[in-house]
Design a protein around this ligand. Sequence first.
Ligand SMILES: [Zn+2]
Length: 511
Amino acid sequence: MASKDMPVTSEDVLLTAPAGPLGPHCSEVARKLVAIFASGRCFVAKGAEGHPEVVSVLSLARMQGIDVGRPAVVDTGTIRGLYHHHPKQVPSLSTDIAEELDDGQMRDHIYSLLAKAVEKRGVSDVFVRCDREEGRVFAVIDGQMEPLIKMRWPPGYAKQFIRATMAWAGVEGSSERGYQEGAHQVGQITQGLPPGLQSVRLQKLAVGFTGETLIIRLMPTPADGHIDLAALKFTDKEIEQFDSMIFVASGIVVVTGPTGAGKTTTLHGMLSRLLAMFPGDHWVTAEDPIEIRIRHDNVDQVDVVRTATDDDVAQSYRKALEAALRSAPDRLLFGEIRSEDTAAIAVRAALTGHQVLTTLHTDGCMQVVARLMDLGVSGSMLRNQGVLRGICSQRLLRQLCPHCRQPLERGQWPGYCPVWLDEIFNKHRGVYVPNHGGCEYCRGGYVVGRKVVAEIMRLDARLTDLLVEGRTAEALDHWRGLGGVPLLDRTSQQVAAGVFDPYEVIRCLNS
Ligand SMILES: [Zn+2]
């Protein structure tokens, strides 16, 4: 074991130097904070002992068989000096993993990676990608992917990380399924997570020939146990529109939009409003997986993931919905209508006097009726007064930093300009685009969180009839007559007001 007082000799190999064996796995950031020698001598900058990149590099060294003792804590100047005096080193170690970490040790790494993700503002998912050459870690921040850790992981380590994460999900009782090589798998972790995380949802994809990608969706702890629609920045007027659709005894309310549009938050936001209004009503929810835990005496949450096996997730979901309906609820929340079975259950629930809040994958409100009919729901069922109460179609877009956004005129707009954008240019002097340097206020991020943009459609008999008959142009006119504002119109108003970047709108909306 290397002694702390032993001087570093010029023969000692600096493993973390750019050309050292650990060099490729050590980022510039890590190199400022840690130096590891082949003798096991190790130096960490004061205060950086728990830094995820430092922790990762140290464990990599241990995996390579380096007898790293307790690191000496020094100032950053000392570390800079070590790199200065030991600049070049010859790689000599095999890149094979000499020693595997056990799941417990690996769990500390997973924990610190998740803690790092939580610390960063706006991270919704973490991607761990692993192929034959290397492992990389990315974060989805406000819908955009960027590296979470600059360091590249050796493939063996990345694979072990993915395996241990799946095993953790298995152990925590969300399923019996641990890691399976080369299989697409799902799972959920609900315990032992860093503060700020209620759960994480895992999806493992087998990619390419030898690769795997683990997608970790972060489910943050809700503020005070309930979700507020205002958290997505719905306006007071929009919240009023929700109230007019949901404060009824029965019928289906559908939220649509792509993945990551905040649909689940909207569902739970409606549920919270209903619970506040009718605290005595019995709710049963069925979601796959449960993303938000509701702490309320009258809410039973059916956990589909726990009861599902690999090949019958769809069937388990259907069974969960049926079980929910049998348990004498007043109101139901179904995570998603995704098959003929589940569409039939939702409609049956609505026809028998229940309220159902659910989501559906469509491009907008106008497509919901057609989609339900594709799923085998008959037009005559839908025409039943009040089966389908209302629809919200939403997107979640990054909001421009109001302090550093830049005006842009028509002549400066490069490339493709859709009609709606051309109209904004004609009507207003210009639009606003991000200043990619950012400012002090947005800390260089040039955006200040995300904001929902939505079209909210309350259905009356006439509108339902027109949609069932597929007369969409007339349906749109009728809806506009009732005060309806389509998603693109609402979004372009916000582009004109400088809230959204037009690029972002083109990226996220089909115009
Ligand atoms: Zn700014």
